[in-house]
Design a protein around this ligand. Structure first.
Ligand SMILES: NC(=O)c1ccc[n+]([C@@H]2O[C@H](COP(=O)([O-])OP(=O)(O)OC[C@H]3O[C@@H](n4cnc5c(N)ncnc54)[C@H](OP(=O)(O)O)[C@@H]3O)[C@@H](O)[C@H]2O)c1
Length: 265
């Protein structure tokens, strides 16, 4: 396969650690000019030095920003355009988990999660779509989750945000076909990052009872980069995730019972 990513301008949100960092490093190793963003400057610097180790004089840019702030997103995009003149690939990766039973979900906290997991990616898409339409090319990669296709016990708030992101992503894909803008929906299963530790908890005594084994962020990033290169529509990452979504497609009722048992309800 030819290296379709060489010299592309790639913007990765939530690149200070986890899946976003692993993706940014892979894009850099493919010769892309990678722009990384999130709130934590120190962690972003670590990502930047990892990218420089694998890059080949490709240009990197670090921009500290908050993906829940539309004004900051607009100025970030202006900064990228001032430096590179365009954005070829947007990876909407920044996101956070919220847990708790439906009964206990705190809607103020859930509102924040929607700002980050739904409105943030939407605002980023709204900024890059006109740029990509003008050039009649571009790629938008939205990092959702298997929780965007199937509801999980104690994950109702997070699932709702990722279902919303899936809806935006599938709609954008069809709206943008004629403009030659490719939209990829990524749905990973459990991955070993800070995601669980950073969970906003709404049920006091909640603990994850699923006992699911986790994938490495490097593994997930490899799958994402391959899907970007192949211009896939959707990628589900993780065999257990694939089994759950396939089972759910065949029988939602059996999946309900399975999850009831797995979560010891
Ligand atoms: N880990 C999993 O099991 C899993 C499974 C499926 C899908 N996902 C999805 O994968 C994506 C990446 O998650 P991860 O697992 O890599 O988690 P992570 O290690 O917690 O990383 C989350 C990233 O998002 C950034 N972020 C959080 N709040 C932000 C804000 N307000 N503004 C800007 N950036 C913000 C964080 O950086 P700063 O703190 O520096 O801002 C960090 O770089 C998320 O969308 C998540 O929903 C994760």
């Amino acid at each position: 396969m030819t290296n379709s990513l060489k010299s592309k301008v790639v913007l990765v949100t939530g690149a200070s650690r986890g899946i976003g960092r692993a993706c940014a490093i892979r894009f850099a190793s493919k010769g892309a000019n990678v722009v990384i963003t999130s709130r934590n400057q120190i962690n972003l610097q670590e990502t930047l030095s990892e990218m420089k180790k694998v890059g080949n004089n490709n240009e990197m840019l670090l921009i500290e920003s908050d993906a829940t702030d539309q004004k900051k997103i607009k100025s970030l995009i202006r900064e990228v355009i001032d430096k590179y003149g365009t954005i070829d690939i947007l990876v909407n990766n920044a996101g956070q988990n919220i847990s708790g039973s439906i009964e206990d979900l705190d809607t103020t906290k859930l509102n924040y999660i929607f700002q980050l997991n739904v409105f943030g990616p939407l605002w980023f898409m709204q900024e890059v779509i006109p740029i990509m339409k003008n050039r009649k090319s571009g790629q938008i990669i939205n990092i959702s989750s298997i929780a965007g296709r199937r509801g999980f016990p104690f994950g109702g708030g997070y699932c709702a945000s990722k279902f919303a992101l899936n809806g935006l992503t599938e709609t954008a894909r069809v709206e943008l076909i004629k403009h030659n803008i490719h939209v990829l929906l990524v749905m990973p299963a459990g991955t070993d990052t800070h995601f669980n530790a950073d969970t906003i908890k709404c049920s006091k005594d909640f603990e994850d009872r699923s006992g699911i084994s986790l994938m490495s962020p490097d593994y997930v990033a490899d799958k994402i980069i391959k899907a970007v290169e192949r211009k896939s529509r959707t990628v589900v990452i993780g065999s257990k995730g694939k089994v759950i979504l396939s089972l759910n497609w065949l029988s939602g009722k059996i999946t309900d019972l399975l999850l009831k048992n797995v979560f010891k309800l």
